[in-house]
Design a protein around this ligand. Structure first.
Ligand code: 5GP
Length: 204
């Protein structure tokens, strides 16, 4: 019997560095996590590739995905839709592989409803001023959008209680190391492994 993989959700306010941390995590060769590519109606930023960074969709296409229950979760965030295609997640978990989602907070809360047994990690900024300067330095947003993102970020930090772990993103490599430790520890949890040992004892 194949044990289902672990569903790992990395979330936290926009600008905290979720994308950067996720990319750094997946650059490491020994990583065994499967990244779930999201769908979005946001236009590609320079260098972004369809099917690699996101599945870029028109609003109508995205709304069809919602209607046809093709998304595990979705959210409208600062004027665009973002969502997680459900088939990939289900298929990969049933193959016994861990799936990694990097999504905003509203979506993470929906995943928690559907998969309470998932592993929910909140990526936190060292401070609000640091968060603002990261959003500003990214240089892709207008002033209105920056203020909007900061307002959303403050609301999101208040939702931290729904998570299992909080990882401060002081430095990308530190955050990655903490996430790897959490995933390793999670695989050793008694309630995750005890059934396997009980089966082993029955065979002996
Ligand atoms: P960006 O436009 O900067 O790529 O992403 C904006 C926000 O959407 C980020 O917080 C990112 O984590 C989040 N996001 C990306 N994919 C998904 C998804 O599939 N679902 C949800 N709910 N949020 C997502």
């Amino acid at each position: 019997m194949i044990e289902r993989g672990l569903l790992i959700v990395l979330s936290g306010p926009s600008g905290v560095g979720k994308g950067t941390v996720r990319k750094a995590l997946f650059e490491q060769d020994d990583i065994k996590l499967q990244y779930s590519i999201s769908a979005t109606t946001r236009k590609p930023r320079e260098g972004e590739v369809d099917g690699v960074d996101y599945f870029f969709k028109e609003r109508e296409e995205f709304e069809d995905m919602i209607k046809n229950n093709k998304l595990l979760e979705w959210a409208e965030y600062v004027g665009n839709y973002y969502g997680t295609p459900v088939d990939y997640v289900e298929q990969t978990l049933s193959e016994g592989k861990d799936v990694f989602l990097e999504i905003e907070v509203q979506g993470a809360l929906q995943v928690k409803e559907a998969f309470p047994e998932g592993l929910f990690i909140f990526l936190a900024p060292p401070s609000l001023s640091e968060l603002k300067s990261r959003i500003v330095n990214r240089g892709t947003e207008t002033e209105d959008l920056i203020n909007n993102r900061m307002r959303v970020a403050k609301e999101e930090i208040e939702l931290m209680d729904a998570y299992d772990y909080v990882v401060e993103n002081d430095k990308v490599e530190n955050a990655c190391a903490r996430i790897r430790s959490i995933v390793t520890a999670e695989h050793c949890r008694r309630d995750r492994v005890s059934a396997r040992y009980k089966r082993m004892l029955e065979v002996e």
